[in-house]
Write a new protein. Structure first.
Lengths: 129, 97
């Protein structure tokens, strides 16, 4: 679980798990909450939870973590297909990891950047700044 | 998922997109209801399969693995059934104007 000392790939691995668990909890609560649409009064009452500062923060974090989970998932799918992991070479000193080259690391940083922008944009829409 | 989220912002007003009439009209659009059902099934399976993978990474053992596998499978069935009931019943609501 310790993300330090292993490079950015371990950080992306940990973020992938944290975002996945957050999104699953959000999804289960969202499906249960959606049942309230069957009664107009209950829908109105539960809408107060969504339409509150806490609700906006929860939604914004969902959008940011959803963006990260989606983009990082696409990167991992491409990696599994052999794209972006370099060609196999004999392990010679100084033992550079072929599968975690500059392009792959850049992809992770870009994914984090896009997620941060998504968080900023979502907060901007909800809190109107 | 992106399509579902963008529908909330498509009206240009997030609050208006959550009005009771607008949400019910979403459910009563056959294509959108089909999209919701697909999202429900795909995300439930993907999410609980991911959770299963995480839980199996940290402990092992025949009983534990069996409990995790069955627990996740039953959770998917329960969530899909619950969500489907909402979609079907919301489809039958008659709005009085």
């Amino acid at each position: 679980m310790n993300p330090t000392g292993y490079g950015v790939s371990r950080v992306s691995w940990l973020l992938m798990r944290i975002s996945g668990i957050y999104l699953l909890i959000f999804f289960v609560v969202h499906v249960i909450h959606a049942m309230s649409v069957l009664d107009r009064m209950t829908w109105g009452q539960l809408l107060f939870l969504t339409y509150s500062p806490l609700g906006f923060v929860v939604l914004s974090v969902m959008i940011a973590l959803g963006s990260f989970h989606c983009l990082n998932g696409i990167r991992l799918m491409l990696n599994q297909g052999g794209i972006g992991i370099g060609t196999p070479t004999r392990p010679d000193y100084p033992y550079q990891i072929q599968s975690m080259g500059k392009k792959n690391r850049l992809c992770i940083y870009v994914t984090m950047g896009v997620s941060a922008l998504a968080l900023y944009a979502a907060l901007g829409v909800f809190f109107k700044f | 998922m992106a399509l579902h989220i963008s529908v909330r912002f498509a009206t240009g007003n997030f609050a208006a997109s959550l009005s009771y009439e607008y949400v019910i009209s979403n459910y009563q659009n056959f294509t959108y209801a089909l999209l919701l059902e697909m999202i429900l099934i795909l995300v439930s399976v993907h999410g609980f399969n991911g959770l299963r993978g995480i839980l199996l990474d940290y402990r092992s053992g025949f009983k534990y693995e069996k409990a995790v596998n069955w627990g996740c499978f039953i959770s998917v069935l329960a969530l899909v059934t619950y969500g489907t009931i909402t979609i079907v019943l919301a489809n039958q609501i008659k709005l009085g104007f």
